[in-house]
Ligand binder design. Structure first.
Ligand SMILES: *[C@@H]1O[C@H](CO)[C@@H](O)[C@H](O)[C@H]1NC(C)=O
Length: 261
């Protein structure tokens, strides 16, 4: 074999080697993500979209971008709406909150030109919003206002509720029966939002959870066959959600904003 053909052979071997690495890699991710990449036909709520918005949230070492944060909420609102009319009441409340932040975030020119609003630099991220609103003295620590920070705190508390609920739905006990979504949702609520609600709202919420759909409904909602698949999908969502939640929590905590009225 001449030098040229040896070199050619070496290149072919190298390419095959790289190719096999690449294939193995892409096969692995394909297997791992196959259930998430696909859109779920016939559903308004798309778990794949929720996941991609959540994953687009974290930025830098400790910040969260507000646009993907709010886009995640759009998807979570669809999730809640699918669960029935009473949880839908909470989702209306959420929509009011996302609208407040979006209005604060949209620049005046956007309204004039009827463009889809883009976030002004001040409202690009959770931390930029906190800094700008503190600077402009927009955050009232003693009485209720419609500041972005105060509104974010409401969303943030609701996010904990959904995180706990999805975590519990993903949980598959090795033995024993799977618990009903209705019970899981109530428990998640009691550990999170209930602490911030009045007695009246708590009673109303508990009634709402009684009417929660069965577990098979959730299989259809995220296009999976069984609990094993549901658990894989939801665990990914919960991980992405927790990252966003933790970062927001730390940012609010650092500025003493966990109890804004
Ligand atoms: C979020 O914070 C909790 C409590 O501090 C921690 O246990 C968990 O690992 C964190 N999760 C992520 C994804 O950062």
């Amino acid at each position: 074999m001449g030098v040229k053909s040896k070199a050619a052979l070496a290149i072919v071997v190298l390419l095959l080697f790289l190719g096999s690495l690449w294939l193995r890699d892409s096969e692995a991710t394909a297997l791992d993500d196959s259930m998430l990449i696909e859109l779920c036909p016939g559903q308004k709520f798309q778990v794949s979209l929720l996941l991609s918005h959540l994953q687009a949230g974290p930025t830098g070492p400790s910040d969260v971008l507000l646009e993907p944060y709010l886009a995640s909420w759009d998807e979570l609102v669809k999730f809640m709406e699918a669960l029935g009319s009473v949880v839908g009441l909470i989702s209306k409340e959420i929509e009011t909150k996302t609208t407040i932040i979006r209005q604060l975030a949209s620049s005046p020119e956007d309204d004039r030109e009827q463009k889809p609003p883009t976030h002004t630099p001040a409202y690009r991220s959770v931390r930029s919003m906190i800094h700008v609103e503190l600077e402009k003295d927009m955050v009232d620590f003693h009485q209720q206002t419609d500041s972005g920070c105060r509104t974010l705190l409401r969303l943030h508390r609701a996010l904990l509720w959904l995180k706990l609920f999805l975590e519990k739905l993903a949980d598959t006990p090795a033995t024993g029966r799977l618990r009903s979504p209705s019970d899981l949702c109530r428990e998640a609520y009691q550990k999170s939002l209930a602490n911030h609600h009045t007695w009246f709202v708590r009673r109303a919420a508990e009634l709402a959870f009684i009417a929660m759909p069965e577990r098979t409904f959730f299989f259809r909602l995220v296009c999976v066959e069984d609990q094993v698949e549901l658990s894989i999908v939801l665990t990914k969502v919960v991980q992405a959600l927790e990252k966003v939640y933790n970062r927001t929590q730390i940012a609010l905590e650092e500025h003493g904003m966990l109890d804004l009225p």
